[in-house]
Design a protein around this ligand. Structure first.
Ligand SMILES: Cc1cc2nc3c(=O)[nH]c(=O)nc-3n(C[C@H](O)[C@H](O)[C@H](O)COP(=O)(O)O)c2cc1C
Length: 233
């Protein structure tokens, strides 16, 4: 059995006691590692946009669904990606493409987070090339080994118009790409070939090169500790 935590070893507080910057730093430092979606969108007048989002995950397989979370700007306004990806009924295009962040264009992933004016493209800034999508209007990143073309299902806003509030963009995958060398006939992705990168706290990133396997469920309790030399706590 793992020992119960000794209460006095913990700092504890309520979010209201922290500044917005402290809450942000704690969230991004504590929830690690995070995968990174390099999200491509177009504006209603057809201008392409590209930005990374590490509040990103899958939702379910039937239908195949994903989510990412663009937060509000300090003035409470929406980021361009949200303006573009939100449903047509809310004034957006209702489509986006998730390109996975990988080692070979790590610098461009961060470069694409540059806050450019709406009429300037992060594709041009980073030099990442666009490739046309099949089922949606926004282009994908040509170099991306995996891409999900998505139609927006819904946006959930936790506090609309308020600085640093979050928005969940949920999308249904309508078309997907994977480089031949990445997937086997069962659609399993080889992490060694993918070489995904993830985001840690601060300016930190991680690779996915240190990996270990464990049996599922109770059987995992019987294997030798996977991290020899420490008790893992
Ligand atoms: C690796 C990385 C991950 C990021 N993840 C997020 C995120 O999950 N949510 C968010 O609002 N901003 C995130 N950002 C910041 C946005 O990319 C940045 O605000 C960008 O300018 C938004 O672009 P847009 O206004 O074109 O949508 C991240 C930046 C980097 C470098």
């Amino acid at each position: 059995m793992l020992a119960s935590p000794v209460h006095s070893d913990f700092m504890e507080t309520r979010p209201e006691e922290l500044t917005l910057a402290e809450r942000y730093r704690f969230l991004i430092g504590a929830i690690v590692p995070r995968p990174i979606a390099l999200v491509s969108t177009i504006s209603t007048d057809g201008l392409p946009n590209l930005a990374p989002f590490s509040f990103f995950n899958g939702i379910g397989s039937n239908p195949m669904t994903v989510l990412f979370c663009p937060g509000n700007h300090p003035d409470g306004s929406e980021k361009d990606t949200l303006k573009n990806a939100k449903p047509e009924t809310e004034g957006g295009v209702g489509e986006f493409v998730i390109n996975l962040a990988v080692e070979k264009y790590a610098r461009e992933v961060s470069g694409a987070s540059e806050p450019l004016p709406r009429d300037e493209s992060e594709f041009e800034l980073t030099g990442l090339e666009m490739a046309p999508s099949v089922a949606v209007r926004p282009p994908r990143v040509a170099a991306s080994p995996i891409a999900f073309e998505c139609k927006t299902i819904q946006v959930i806003r936790t506090n609309p118009g308020v600085p640093a509030a979050g928005n969940v963009v949920m999308g249904e995958v309508v078309h997907l790409y994977a480089q031949d060398s990445l997937v086997n006939e069962r659609m399993q992705v080889d992490p060694e070939v993918l070489r995904a990168i993830g985001r840690m706290g601060g300016l930190g990133y991680t690779t996915t090169r240190d990996r270990f396997e464990m049996p599922r469920g109770q059987a995992a309790l019987d294997i030798p500790h996977p991290f020899s030399g420490n008790d893992g706590r």
